[in-house]
Design a protein around this ligand. Structure first.
Ligand SMILES: [Zn+2]
Length: 503
């Protein structure tokens, strides 16, 4: 994701209304009603709603909810119940397959010598337990930045050792992506050097730990990998400069084969074009060190609140609006992939997909995911409520959240372009909790999302056509998403047509 330019306000919509000729005003009466509805939806979302209470309940009463856990199952039932309580008649829970299970059980570590002290450590998702589920006690080697050169420099000393890999402090979305880009080459080099385990330095200061997945395609790797607090990693590295360091590492994870998980799908039927679908989604699952407030509870609560708002105001959209709470996102976007698979026959009728996944960061616009023709569509929809008008609509393609399989399937898709703060510092961390959510921005985001989705459902023309495989292939090249997919180990699934449009 790219850095953002300052937000600028557009000219007032009311100026264009006042100069419109009477005949045009009559011709546009349907649009005006739609504009009124958008304004009412926005005002309602900004007023006191149940959204923040929903978020609090999800975070504090259910909590962190990794897919495959009982907590995630409870969250799915909760989500379905909240849609029903909002008056949505058509609520379904749909199953799909996650290719493998990974859940954390226990993690513990210590420096044994030259000085005994405990170290703060967590397991990284998709890494195995330490051998025989027992503590590994061995010498530490400093593998620098964890590049191929770093491991080559260690030579035979790396064999059978626990290799410590340093990390720069994460401050931007680009830094966060860089942390993911590093994984596959680092694991390949570590494997070649025959290390017994890896200890990755946390990229967040002050002892903060977080889940940093080693795979985004649900593949368990073959080296135990712990993430150690930034300060403990530095202390171990300083000690290693002066002599031999022995550490103990005990990681126990629950690893299993393919299993069924569930998404929540709710729907408000369209009045004129019920067969055409505008979908808004957010992932309901989260990692469990915190309670999944920014990532992505707040946006799950938003999706529920948009549905509630439309019902409360007694509005009926022209097109059908579908609301999705996906799970399996943190494991590799498997919930949205499962949706795309099981709804393949009606994907032609999905006219647009919108997703939110950057917590309560201020929405500056929408990523167009390589589709320039969506710029005008977003501007027109948001033009209905001038006070919310957005101008930062980058052409960039996003791989890393639930738009991904829609993009690969040629469905026009938008991802909210939000400020990295306050989402980033707590990303996947112990501190991703209710208190950190910016409630004012969250409500403004809900207003924006309501207006956008309403505009997409009401507009006369479809936002953009569905793309063919050749067109998606060209888009992947133009946006350089192909490079990211290769770096993340996702390219094979596209090439072998396991994911994405097939014609
Ligand atoms: Zn997320």
């Amino acid at each position: 994701m790219r850095k953002l330019l300052p937000f600028t306000l557009a000219l007032s919509f009311f100026i264009s209304l006042s100069i419109r000729a009477p005949s045009a005003a009559i011709a546009n009466s349907a649009q005006n009603n739609s504009t009124d509805a958008a304004e009412r939806l926005a005002q309602r979302a900004l007023s006191t709603t149940a959204m923040i209470d929903d978020l609090q309940e999800l975070c504090d009463r259910i909590g962190g909810r990794p897919t495959g856990s009982q907590t995630c199952e409870r969250a799915v039932d909760w989500g379905a119940a909240r849609f029903r309580a909002a008056g949505i008649q058509n609520v379904k829970v749909e199953t799909y397959t996650v290719p493998s299970l990974w859940l954390p059980v226990a993690a513990e570590g210590a420096c044994v010598s030259p000085e005994p002290f405990p170290i703060r450590v967590v397991a990284t998702p998709y890494s195995p337990s330490t051998p025989q589920n027992r503590p590994l006690v061995t010498r530490l080697v400093d593998a620098g930045d964890g590049t191929a050169q770093d491991f080559a420099r260690l030579g035979a000393r790396a064999r059978g050792a626990i290799a410590l890999v340093h990390a720069p402090e994460m401050k931007t979305l680009d830094d966060l992506f860089a942390e993911y880009f590093k994984n596959l080459p680092m694991l390949a080099a570590a494997r070649k050097a025959h290390v017994a385990a890896l200890l990755l330095q946390s990229s967040r200061p002050r002892g903060l730990l977080y889940r940093h997945p080693m795979s985004v395609v649900g593949k368990t790797i073959d080296i135990p990998v712990g993430l150690v607090s930034r300060e403990h990693a530095s202390r171990l590295a300083r000690l290693a400069v002066r002599g031999n360091v022995t550490v103990r590492l005990n990681l126990i994870n629950r690893i299993g084969s393919a299993y069924q998980a569930r998404n929540v799908i709710a729907e408000i039927r369209g009045s004129e074009r019920p067969d055409e679908i505008v979908l808004i989604g957010a992932h309901l699952d989260s990692w469990e060190l915190g309670t999944g407030a920014q990532d992505n509870g707040v946006n799950s609560a938003t999706v529920i609140d948009i549905a509630r708002g439309i019902k409360q105001l007694g509005l009926t959209p022209r097109r059908t609006i579908r609301f999705a709470l996906f799970t399996g996102e943190e494991q590799g976007m498997f919930g949205s992939a499962g949706y795309v698979k099981s709804h393949a026959a009606e994907l032609d009728r999905h006219v647009a997909m919108v997703t939110y996944d950057i917590g309560s960061g201020r929405t500056n616009g929408f990523f167009l995911n390589g589709r320039e023709e969506l710029r005008r569509v977003v501007e027109e929809a948001m033009g209905a409520v001038p006070s919310l008008r957005l101008t930062q609509n980058p052409i960039d393609g996003i791989d890393g959240t639930d738009n991904y399989d829609f993009l690969l399937s040629g469905v026009p898709n938008l991802v909210a372009n939000q400020d990295g703060a306050p989402y980033l510092p707590d990303y996947h961390a112990e501190s991703d909790v209710f208190d950190m959510v910016d409630q004012t921005e969250a409500k403004r985001n809900a207003a924006i999302a309501s207006v956008l989705v309403w505009g997409l459902a009401e507009r006369a023309e479809r936002p953009a056509p569905r793309q063919t495989r050749a067109e998606v292939e060209r888009l992947l090249r133009e946006t350089h998403l192909d490079d990211q997919m290769k770096a993340f180990g996702q390219w094979d699934d596209w090439v072998k047509r396991r994911r994405g449009v097939n014609r």
